[in-house]
Design a protein around this ligand. Structure first.
Ligand SMILES: [Zn+2]
Length: 127
C-alpha cells in the first residue's frame, strides 16, 4: 500500500493514481505532502472530539435519569433515610456520578468514532 499516496479527505479512500476518488468522486489530495497529512489528522481529531463531547452529554443524562426515577419510587426516601443518612444528598450525587462514569466508559468502548484515516500513524505518516 506504500504507493497508494492519493487520499480522499471526504471518505478516507486511498488510490495509487491522482484524479477523483473512485468511491465518492471527490478530488484526491497528495498524501506525500505534510500539510495534507496534517489536514487528515485534524479531520480525525475533530471527529473524535465531537464524539467525545456528545458521549459526555449522553453519559450525564444516563447518570441523572435513573436516579430521578428512583426518587419517584414509593418508599425510596424512607428506605434511604434508614440506610444512609448522608447530608446534602451526597449519596445521590455519588450514584449519579458513578452511573455516568460507567456510561462514559461504555460509550468510549462501544460508541467510539471510527477513524477516517486509520492508515495515518501518530507521527502523521502514511502506513
Ligand atoms: Zn472519497
Amino acid at each position: 500500500m506504500a504507493s497508494a499516496t492519493w487520499i480522499c479527505v471526504e471518505c478516507g479512500a486511498r488510490q495509487t493514481e491522482a484524479g477523483r476518488c473512485s468511491r465518492c468522486q471527490a478530488e484526491l489530495l497528495d498524501g506525500r505532502l505534510a500539510n495534507v497529512r496534517e489536514l487528515m489528522a485534524d479531520i480525525d481529531l475533530r471527529a473524535a472530539l465531537k464524539r467525545e463531547s456528545s458521549n459526555r452529554m449522553i453519559a450525564v443524562a444516563v447518570g441523572i435519569l435513573p436516579v430521578i426515577v428512583l426518587w419517584m419510587v414509593p418508599g425510596y426516601w424512607a428506605t434511604r433515610r434508614e440506610l444512609f443518612a448522608v447530608p446534602m444528598l451526597a449519596d445521590q450525587w455519588a450514584l449519579m456520578i458513578g452511573i455516568a462514569l460507567v456510561a462514559t466508559k461504555g460509550l468510549e468502548r462501544y460508541a467510539g468514532v471510527a477513524k477516517r484515516f486509520p492508515y495515518l500513524d501518530d507521527n502523521q505518516q502514511l502506513t
